[in-house]
Design a protein around this ligand. Structure first.
Ligand code: ADE
Ligand code: ZN
Length: 333
């Protein structure tokens, strides 16, 4: 068994706010004069016991209140890159939730500039390349998403590579956001969306057919729908699967019962990602290690998952070639 930390990895499903470790949350709370509703780091960590997506989101939005300044976002991004690069991260496409910050009075530009500065320092320091994806909160009004898109277009378009859709899924189908996605496409932004995490396969079909996404975030519920699996494989539509997240949010009862093998068997372009690593107790390398263990994956299968991540990524062609060569070297070493 090869050392997984040295396998070059991408991650295409990573919420930067979900990398906020309790220690940093308390340090930022103190610096910014904000009271967290927990007495200690241990008490906050003890609250990371979730029943479903909503129970996680409640804590996720409450804790991110400590993020106030551009510097906070830079430090958050750097802390993530340091941990993930120690597990072999080579390229990351970072989600951020601007509405969760602008609604608290944090200026949009400070959020973007803080993350972008962290990513730039991270590229120098850890040789991790990156892209940035602005996510809309699907449980907020469409008007708020449209306003946020306008703000992005008029202030920081050059820093943003694509848009995504996240937050509470069931009851908020992708088609609600058709106009937002149409406008984003006209701006030249790339399109992804969370679909089929908790909601049925029909949400995945809507994300593809109504929003026109090129990648589906999670998408694990596709395993229930053989016709959809055939389509995903034929059209080479990547799924950004997050195994430990699925376990911790009780999308699956047990990692050994995760639909990943069925997705792979169907020929779907599956990638492995961490989602919200601070909350779910696992960075990208931990996710590879967990599926290796629970599903008895071979080194060849793990290398193929890493290759899928490169293929599904928005890295430059030279960077993709470099990473694919490094993965081949890992496998043949
Ligand atoms: N926001 C952060 N993590 C999320 C997830 N797994 N699903 C939906 N929204 C999210
Ligand atoms: Zn997510």
């Amino acid at each position: 068994m090869r050392d997984l930390d040295t396998l070059p990895k991408t991650e295409l499903h990573l919420h930067i706010e979900g990398t906020l470790e309790p220690e940093l949350a308390f340090a930022l709370a103190e610096r910014n004069g904000i009271a967290l509703p927990f007495a200690s780091v241990d008490q906050l960590r003890a609250a990371y016991d979730f029943d479903d997506l909503q129970s996680f989101l409640d804590l996720y939005y409450a804790t991110m209140a400590v993020l106030r300044t551009e510097r906070d976002f830079t430090e958050l991004t750097l802390a993530y890159l340091e941990r993930a690069s120690a597990q072999g991260l080579a390229h990351v496409e970072v989600f951020f939730d601007p509405q969760a910050h602008t609604s608290r009075g944090v200026p949009f530009e400070q959020v973007v500039d803080g993350i972008v500065a962290g990513l730039a320092i991270g590229q120098e320091r850890f040789n991790v390349t990156s892209a940035l994806i602005l996510c809309f909160l699907r449980d907020q009004p469409i008007a708020s998403a449209l306003e946020t898109l306008e703000l992005a277009a008029s202030t920081r378009l050059a820093s943003i590579d694509g848009i995504g859709l996240d937050s509470a899924e069931v009851g908020y189908p992708p088609s609600l956001f058709a106009e937002v996605y149409e406008q984003a496409a006209e701006l030249g932004l790339r399109l992804v969306a969370h679909a089929g995490e908790e909601a049925p396969p029909a949400y995945i079909v809507e994300a593809l057919d109504v929003l026109g996404v090129e990648r589906v975030d999670h998408g694990v519920q596709a395993a229930q729908d053989p016709a959809l699996l055939t389509r995903l494989a034929a059209e080479r539509i990547p799924l950004t699967v997050c195994p430990i997240s699925n376990l911790r949010l009780r999308v699956v009862d047990d990692l050994a019962a995760h639909p990943l093998p069925r997705l792979i068997e169907a020929g779907v372009l599956v990638t492995i990602n961490s989602d919200d690593p601070a909350y779910f107790g696992g960075y990208v390398g931990d996710n590879y290690a967990a599926i290796r263990e629970a599903l008895s994956l071979t080194d060849a299968q793990l290398a193929q998952l890493a290759r899928n991540g490169v293929e599904a990524s928005w890295a430059s062609e030279p960077r993709k070639r470099e990473l694919l060569e490094a993965i081949d070297l890992w496998e043949s070493a």
